[in-house]
Design a protein around this ligand. Structure first.
Ligand SMILES: [Ca+2]
Length: 233
């Protein structure tokens, strides 16, 4: 009898923990930080590619942290610094378009064993490919159709067939705050505790970044909690 009571208490504890893990992603959940300084901001990336790292059938965002000094940082600087500082991240863009910086593609070497695109984007050692340095006058010529070579990696690009929607938030968009439309990476600034969101819109249809992927430990607890619910029926 006592064994069953203990088991029930254990399941109850797991379910409580899994519920709190869903309570909203915060800066304290960010594990990968770039930069240094007294202020913090977050870069949220949603590939919207249907791949589900949580194996839930839903798309999830990824979040990287950025530290800086001064009252704010340009969204362009934040983005490029994080891509350059995180060895698993890649970006293709035109640094000098009519709109300022035009973002074409973002890649994530999710399994950490190297990264390449099917159109062989020539990323430099920092994971950046600025098409403004390419020969030819149309700097968006390679901005559509590329995929990640490794099916375990993530890559989305577009300029004529889709685009990376840009969003900003001053309050936590996953815990009471909300996203607003960005004005362009070269135009926007991000302040302390600010959020910069990039969400791919295939076919120009999309919205703000979805909820970030839960931490692995939370996933285990969620799975155990689900089993607990099933056993209780
Ligand atoms: Ca890889």
């Amino acid at each position: 009898m006592q064994r069953y009571v203990c088991a029930a208490a254990a399941w109850a504890a797991l379910i409580v923990v899994s519920a709190s893990a869903q309570a909203g992603f915060t800066f304290s959940d960010i594990t990968d930080w770039t930069g240094s300084g007294a202020h913090e901001a977050a870069l949220v990336i949603d590939f919207n590619d249907g791949q589900a790292p949580a194996a839930s059938g839903e798309s999830h965002s990824f979040v990287w942290g950025y530290r800086f000094d001064g009252s704010s940082v340009s969204a362009e600087t934040l983005f490029l610094d994080v891509i350059a500082g995180v060895s698993e991240l890649y970006a293709e863009y035109d640094s000098q378009s009519a709109f300022g910086m035009a973002l074409f593609g973002i890649g994530y070497d999710q399994d950490g064993d190297g990264f390449a695109t099917t159109d062989a984007a020539p990323f430099n050692a920092l994971g950046l490919h600025d098409t403004d340095t390419d020969s030819g006058s149309v700097q968006s010529a390679t901005a559509d159709g590329g995929l990640a070579v490794d099916s375990d990696d993530r890559y989305a690009e577009g300029w004529s067939t889709g685009f990376w929607g840009q969003y900003v938030a001053t309050g936590n968009p996953f815990d009471g705050g909300s996203w607003g439309f960005g004005s362009g990476l070269s135009a926007d600034t991000i302040g302390d505790d600010g959020w910069l969101g990039l969400s791919f819109a295939p076919g120009f249809t999309g919205g703000p970044p979805s909820n970030p992927v839960p931490e692995p430990a939370s996933l285990v607890l969620l799975a155990l909690g689900a089993v607990g619910v099933m056993r209780r029926k």
